[in-house]
Ligand binder design. Sequence first.
Ligand code: ATP
Length: 323
Amino acid sequence: MKQIAVLTSGGDAPGMNAAIRAIVRRAVSEGLRVLGVQNGYAGLMANTMIPLGSREVSGILQRGGTMLGSARSEEFKFVEGRQRALANLAERGVDALVVIGGNGSQTGSLALAEMGFPVVGVASTIDNDLLGTDVTIGTDSAINVAVEAIDRLKVTAESHGRGFVVETMGRDSGYVALMAGIAGGAELVSIPEQELSPEQIVADLGAAFERGKRHALVVVAEGVRCRATDIASYCEQHHSQVGFSLRVTILGHVQRGSVPTAADRLLGSRLGSGAIDALLAGRSGVLVGLTNDAVSLTDIHEVGGKKKQVDAGLLSLARTMAL
Ligand code: ATP
């Protein structure tokens, strides 16, 4: 193995740059050359790759997003698209590929590995819904943004005795909403894995005020059927019985673009370096993750298309802490 390529795919996540930097510097330490593929699998098919040395990845550790750009590509899901990508990798003299991304991206990396090309994946998505790792790159930063927003909203909520609904990112997964709810001290959390009805949310927030609370705040993951605005509308429609109204804050993409926390920089550095170790050991079709605080390799067959479940104990903790 003389030259490897690296790409970032799917949603950008704080800490992806730390992983790119670690991949490049660990590879350089072994005498390998590195190409950075721009814009994910789309760039692999368009043959847009740039040489990356140690200096090209200077100054990115503390930056959110990804210096390589990311993209979603339907074309790569078809064998013709992947054949084009393989032809470009062959033309550039690339011997192996590292894919930094979430569930969909790792399904793509497995598809490429199954066509005979050496590929390893690095677990990165703010959602933390990937099996094969305790935590994914970007999750800690996303939780911290949500907690900071909750802290600020609680100051206003307490001053005015108001209710708030905060909607976090998380298409299919409620992990970030749940963890932010616990760390921020929310009264309720509604997530796709355990969605609450607007009737229940409004009744429980009302009960929180009756227990003497000065604020009532619910965190909602964007993947629920009854979104933040629906809950606030329900509350408004029943205002005379409920006695309070709910203000809505949708965090949306604000949650993605943060400065990576130290935890995400460390995770990116460890997993990126681990990806090169895996390739040097001749591994392919594996996801590099963190299990029990050690870098781990998991067959992507066991990971792709599956979803990590949220811990029922954490849901129960969120409820108890709101008493
Ligand atoms: P995030 O969790 O942050 O959204 P993700 O990696 O799950 O990240 P996706 O949009 O699901 O993001 O996938 C990223 C890209 O991976 C897709 O646009 C596509 O190019 C590729 N991909 C997804 N599924 C497959 C598949 N079954 N076969 C080949 N490629 C795939």
